[in-house]
Design a protein. Sequence first.
Length: 354
Amino acid sequence: MRRIEGQSFLLLLLVVSVAFGWILKPFYGAILWATVAAVIFAPLNRKLVARTGGRSGIAALVTVLIIIAMVILPLAMIAASLTQEASSLYAKVQSGEYDFARYVQRIFDALPAWATGLLDRFNLNNLPAVRDWLASGAVKGGQVLAPQALSIGLNTFDFMIGLGIMLYLLFFLLRDGKALADRIRRIVPLRADQKAALFGRFADVVRATVKGGILVAIAQGTLGGLAFWFLGIHAPLLWAVLMAFLSLLPAIGSGLVWVPVAIYLLASGAVWQGVALIVYGVLVIGLVDNLLRPFLIGKDAKLPDYVVLISTLGGIEVFGLNGFVIGPVIAAMFMVTWESFSAARQGNDAGATG
């Protein structure tokens, strides 16, 4: 009888947990970023708690205000400027002022004989086909961007609700985070060493992925945007933000933006600008990635670069922008779980042998 009651209770626990997760699903992004911000700014909050004589509520409120001033307001201003540049660029493309087929033609014309021969061998020199592909891509892009542009105003209210929930939850996570973490540790049905490994790795990966990844992204985006502004390339802020997003992907990075631009500059006759951008991209932008990423990410996350790359791409594909945090966290939990399982198996085998 007790076994049936226990199984029924476990079933009820599972059903109630799934139902609660389903209710929270619309706000999983707000919950995710509140948790991430609480993990990252926990050291600052602890210092403020000490400064305020142990008044955790005041310390949490001050920490939230600092986050608003240092993170949210600058991001809002960048987003406003980015929207203006993106709208201007899109208008120029629609008006025909920017003709990508003409740019491709310039690049084809400037290629050396060995390069055109290589393109001929793989049948990649069909310029009309490239032009048609670009035109269809522009049409599809317009079909995707137009509804998004129209829905910005409609989604503003939902975004503000999500932001309000995130800040509200962040306050309580900062104020009561330690007690909540201790309660979760007691509830999780694992050994003490397994709990310590899981919770420790989770905090390390979140800090490394977000703090390290964002710092690298800001550095590369800023350096790339300054180079584009200096060279007189249109919409430097837009390209800077794009390079920052792409730099979140190790081994791919911002080169997907500045390399094609450098090739176009060389093909269009702006030789010194193209050479300068290549040298700057390799020695400055690339050096930032090679120096900062291993120091900020690899040191804490303890994940190989290829695991970070694959998990980040997969996370973004499944969860959208939130996936650049969720993907590496899931990968880290996967690895530490299997490490704990392997250690337990080896311990059992050693005990059986002894």
